[in-house]
Design a protein around this ligand. Structure first.
Ligand SMILES: Nc1ncnc2c1ncn2[C@@H]1O[C@H](COP(=O)(O)OP(=O)(O)OP(=O)(O)O)[C@@H](O)[C@H]1O
Ligand SMILES: [Mg+2]
Length: 522
């Protein structure tokens, strides 16, 4: 064993050997052995040379901690190691203790301590200083590494906190959001995209290309959309219809360019927002605005037409009396004159009906206002229509909820007029064969009121016509078959009752007209 070998040597021999070891350690330091191995080696050397019972090395870390190696570390308190031995200057003994400060540049980076059974020889003290000097840069380096480690750990934690925060923000958005890089690889995928219709988990999506994940969309189209944003650096926006959820929904898709530096676009953020409700509300709003304007115009024009019509009717009537008088007096009156008069009278009646219809639309007359049961409205209308020739070939199915409340401040007569117009339209759309369903039911919540639905299996209505059909005089029927006033009158009456009309339709399959009215408990 090395210790025994040293013990039998003279102090000179020991010094020489120690110097040899010192040279070897320097070489090892140059070839960058791990710090722990070098410290072990130094501690071994000190123990062997000085016959020390215990030896230790300390490193002062930047965060105020002291790291120690060797059994000698038990000899002193941290305070003593940092400040030197109490009541003694550095390199002096406290009894059998010796403390050698390790200084790098101006700074104390650690200490060497040992307990010996005898007074150290001057060469041994020199050796200790030399070893302390050798260790100094190593400890300074280790200290710096520790400092860096601590810094990296705290920065990493900070970045992770930032990441988690941003992730929470984009997960809380009521929108689907994902980000792709220039290789079309997904770099971010939010909660809504995980839970949406084409729900794909984040783990599954991240790192894969968008074409692999959104495989239901045509890849070349998707690529073109992204390439356009990458190339132009401008945001692209468009709308998309989807029936994946079972009903038709409208989405607004925005593709937003993102740059990590000052250079070209590095990523594209895609946001998908369900704007169906917003769009419907928007359409309803602009439709009611337009119809209100038409209503005002119609009311003005009709008022102007009413007076000349009344004059024409009065003149025709008195002409009739004149002709009667002439005939009584035996004067010859040509049959054509009678016919012409008849035509004038009939046409005046037709004009009056149109004018009345338009007035109904623009400001529906308000006869009695009572609490009306929609089920009674249905019964009354069907009773009236039973005698209609065209209606006889049609079958009507009713599903009436006996428990629905009544419509307050309503007019049975007007609501019958509404249902009648809807049923006549349904009948026209089905060319008088097929089944019309009439449904009454409560709205989904108390505030939604009551619903009256007329569901036909007719030719249907194109989406683009949905708002036009409520305009006065809009008709697709042959001249003489329809005036285009039916739905506009319905609209006016329902509006007057504080409700609204909605339409759903699929070309070739049929239409549903839904009248939603306010309700009070019966
Ligand atoms: N159930 C339906 N199915 C298909 N198309 C319909 C239906 N209801 C209405 N329409 C369309 O809406 C248009 C307007 O209807 P509206 O009731 O206002 O007028 P009209 O039926 O043409 O004439 P009028 O009711 O004055 O006799 C119709 O011409 C038709 O094209
Ligand atoms: Mg009609």
């Amino acid at each position: 064993m090395a210790d025994h070998q040293y013990a039998t040597e003279s102090s000179e021999e020991r010094a020489t050997r120690a110097l040899g070891t010192l040279a070897a350690i320097s070489a090892e330091l140059a070839s960058a052995r791990p710090l722990e191995a070098i410290i072990d080696r130094i501690l071994g050397t000190i123990t062997a040379v000085t016959d020390a019972a215990e030896v230790g090395v300390w490193l002062h870390t930047p965060n105020g901690m002291t790291l120690g190696w060797g059994r000698g570390t038990r000899l002193l308190t941290e305070q003593e190691i940092r400040n030197g031995l109490p009541g003694a200057t550095e390199k002096q003994s406290r009894n059998d203790l010796r403390l050698e400060g390790i200084v790098f540049g101006e700074r104390r980076v650690g200490a060497l301590a040992l307990r010996t059974t005898r007074i150290l020889e001057p060469e041994e003290r020199l050796l200790l200083s030399a070893l302390a000097n050798l260790l100094a840069p190593e400890l300074a380096h280790a200290e710096r590494s520790r400092q860096l480690e601590v810094e990296v750990a705290s920065r990493t934690a900070e970045i992770e906190r930032g990441h988690r925060f941003i992730e929470k923000v984009i997960d809380s958005l009521p929108l689907g959001l994902y980000v792709i890089d220039r290789e079309y690889r997904i770099q971010s995928w939010n909660r809504k995209r995980e839970t949406g219709m084409q729900g794909v988990s984040r783990e599954e999506a991240l790192g894969r290309t968008i074409f692999e994940i959104l495989h239901r969309q045509p890849g070349d189209m998707l690529r073109r959309e992204f390439d356009q944003v990458f190339a132009t650096g401008r945001m692209q926006e468009y709308q998309m219809e989807s029936t994946l959820s079972g009903e038709q929904r409208t989405y607004r898709i925005s593709k937003i360019p993102m740059r990590l530096g000052d250079g070209p676009v590095t990523h594209v953020i895609t946001i998908g927002e369900d704007v169906t409700d917003w769009q419907q509300a928007q359409e309803r709003f602009s439709q009611s605005e337009k119809l209100a304007a038409i209503g005002q115009l119609a009311a003005g024009v009709m008022h102007e037409i009413n007076n000349p019509l009344a004059t024409i009717a009065a003149c025709a009537e008195s002409l009739g009396y004149r002709i009667e008088d002439l005939e009584k007096a035996g004067a010859p009156v040509s049959p054509e004159t009678r016919d012409f008069l008849g035509i004038i009278e009939n046409e005046v009646v037709r004009c009056k009906q149109i004018v009345d219809g338009l007035l109904d639309f623009s400001r529906p007359k308000q006869p009695r206002k009572e609490r009306v049961s929609l089920n009674e409205v249905v019964e009354r209308t069907l009773f009236l229509l039973k005698h209609h020739v065209r209606f006889k070939r049609l079958s009507v199915q009713t599903t009436l909820d006996p428990l629905i409340g009544r419509v307050p401040q309503a007019s049975t007569e007007q609501l019958v007029q509404v249902l009648m117009a809807l049923l006549l339209n349904a009948m026209d759309a089905m060319q008088e064969r097929g089944t019309v369903r009439i449904v009454t039911r409560p709205g989904p919540t108390v505030h939604d009121g009551v619903i009256l639905e007329v569901i036909d299996t007719g030719h249907g209505i194109a989406r683009s016509e949905f708002t036009k059909i409520f305009e006065p005089f809009y008709t697709t029927k042959e001249p003489g078959q329809g005036t285009g006033l039916g739905l506009s009158i319905c609209y006016g009456i329902v509006q007057e009752h504080g409700g609204r009309i909605e339409v759903d339709s699929t070309i070739g399959q049929g239409s549903t007209f839904r009248v939603i009215l306010p309700v009070v408990e019966t």
